[in-house]
Design a protein around this ligand. Sequence first.
Ligand code: MG
Length: 389
Amino acid sequence: MKVVAVIVAAGSGQRAGGDLPKQFQDLAGKPILRHTLEAFLRNPNIAAVVTVIAAGFEAHYQRAIDGLSLPAPVLGGATRQESCAKGIEAAAAFAPDAVLIHDAARPFVSNKIINDVIAKLHEAEAVIPGLPVADTMKRADGGVIHETVSRDSLFFVQTPQGFHFEKMRSAHQTIALKGINTLTDDAAVAEATGMKVHIVPGEAANRKLTTEQDLREAANRMNQHDFKRHSDIRIGQGIDFHTFTAGNSVWLCGVEIKHSHSLLGHSDADVALHALTDALLGAIGEGDIGTHFPPSDKQWKGAKSEIFVAKAVSLIAARGGEIGNVDITIMAEAPKVSPHLETMKAALSQMLHISPDRIAIKATTTEKMGALGRKEGMAALATALVKLP
Ligand code: MG
């Protein structure tokens, strides 16, 4: 079953205070939206993730997703229902069998809830997570209780809400044609068009962050949550050297820089990416660049070193790991690296799927000492922190 997630981040979220809608506010070092997107991106049952944002917040969105591979965001409508409909229309490009619609402000969504909703969709056309009501419920008017409501059949409803894709797409179209645009969840759209909506257990942690107090409490919770998920903190280092040869450019951190010489190597000789690859592989104890790409193998001749980094990144992802940060030092008398730092960081951010503020690139000369000082070549050192489950 091909499942696409639609993340609804188009709300104004003013109840949480602050200058920004809450989905763009920071929670334990990352925007709330990024926590939510990463939860879906790391679930192997999700084929693609579509985000719906409000017009005017494109720059905030770009900052929040730096380094993540995502399709262009969809601009939302005047109401939540209209925003969801637009997200569903955009998801059609992936031809999914099912769609999960999720609130951006629920960053604690677990793999278990996502997988439970998907599993139930194999036998049901609409599935939502819900929590039974534990407290006694009363109906009141003007501050006076009128009756006690039986809580037996009441649920707090959460997201992700899952639906068979074409059924949900046409349900949204049908409801919109009737002039209804204020339904507050997708299950209501499904119910209004006669779909049978099934319930699976929700989780208390999967609460929607709404108020300023929610955000304060969530910061602690997220740090613990992250630590529980990735408590095995690893560090790796890498070092590499390449000599200069005739040529007119060098590759550094995936960026081509004009120079009086090129670096000699089997691949594109990107000394910084080689050191980085070794640091990443070192952190997970998976050998070094030569283990995975033997220089004796002709197929890597002239290869872009990005593929070496991609291999290390995929090995980390396969173990459910996450890169915390990387720190690279380039050693050479020339060329000057500083004019290219931002371009290099952007390239690394794409390769590593982390935001540029988790990437450091520094350069130093060796004060004309030794082979590097005599401009015989370049060297690079890299350190990487990797968090494993
Ligand atoms: Mg090398």
